[in-house]
Ligand binder design. Structure first.
Ligand code: AMP
Length: 282
């Protein structure tokens, strides 16, 4: 695996690969890699000759400075795991390399409704930051395929929208959520949970499954409310539990039983924010 830290160096390297028609897959990450990330890299190695992974903890997508400061960094293990998974290129830039003109005054992305709900509502500016960094990384990599995880369901829709406007030729591949044996969605933030919190954390997925099992045509309000109450009783501070259209994320208040829907949750255990989602009828 070749490691690049400078935009100019990786750009030169990739221009030679592209001149030779090499198929490239790109996996953007913030590091502290786990098997969820690695599943994206593995899929990319099957579908491409060259696989690029980036590790960059993007400051512009953190609306909470404490969350940014405490974001786990495990670079040595990350490099080891990427090598093992068959990744060809790792891009490891500094903040100055990605934002040479500073963190402020970036282009605004027109994301519309999708940015006003769920994580867009509870993490103001988050998806603008995500678009800024992924736009910049796509500009550098210009891959054939971009690999994203369903774990960040809303992010997938946001980036599909951004890419369809700015990089229409890039194919977006959404990979299934990887879970621990007890159902907890793998996440870099899980390492910040105490032993006790880690045991309680499984209740998020259990709640999503409960909502999925009890979903039936009609009003969704009571089901959502009981899910919020259940998680609250287990010690979570719930941002939202929403049942939404799986393509648009419009909340579904009255389900006709046919519309494709997804249940999404975001909740804090102390200061660690966890998100997860489950497609109900797909
Ligand atoms: P992050 O490092 O959290 O920015 O995640 C980088 C990529 O890995 C994103 O596309 C995530 O959706 C994806 N990802 C994170 N956790 C998982 C998981 N448990 N299963 C599958 N993909 C994941």
């Amino acid at each position: 695996m070749i490691i690049f830290k400078k935009v100019d160096d990786i750009t030169n390297f990739l221009s030679i690969a592209k001149e030779n028609g090499v198929a490239t897959g790109f996996v953007p990450t913030m590091g502290a890699l786990h098997n969820g990330h690695i599943s994206l890299v593995t899929k990319a190695t099957i579908e491409n000759q060259l696989v690029i992974c980036s590790i960059f903890v993007n400051p512009t997508q953190f609306n909470d400075s404490k969350d940014f400061e405490k974001y786990p960094v495990t670079i040595e293990q990350d490099i080891y795991q990427l090598e093992k998974a068959g990744c060809t290129v790792l891009f490891l830039p500094s903040v100055e390399e990605i934002y040479p003109n500073g963190l402020e005054g970036h282009r605004h992305f027109e994301l519309g409704f999708i940015e006003t709900i769920l994580d867009g509502k509870y993490r103001p500016g988050h998806f603008q930051g995500v678009c800024q960094v992924v736009h910049k990384l796509l500009e550098i990599m210009l891959p054939n395929k971009l690999y994203l995880g369903q774990k960040d369901f809303q992010q997938c829709l946001v980036l599909k929208k951004m890419a369809s406007i700015n990089y229409p030729s890039i194919q977006i591949i959404i990979c299934p959520t990887q879970r621990e044996a007890d159902g907890l969605a793998m996440s870099s933030r899980n390492s910040r949970l105490t032993k006790e919190q880690r045991l309680v954390a499984i209740e998020i997925y259990a709640t999503l499954q409960m909502v999925s099992n009890k979903s039936k045509p009609g009003n969704t309000y009571i089901l959502k409310q009981s899910a919020v109450q259940y998680l609250t009783s287990k010690g979570f501070k719930v941002d939202y539990i929403e049942i939404a259209n799986a393509n648009t994320l419009e909340p579904v208040e009255d389900w006709n039983g046919k519309e494709k829907i997804v249940v999404l949750a975001a909740a804090f255990l102390n200061e660690v924010r966890l998100i997860d989602n489950l497609l109900i009828n797909n």
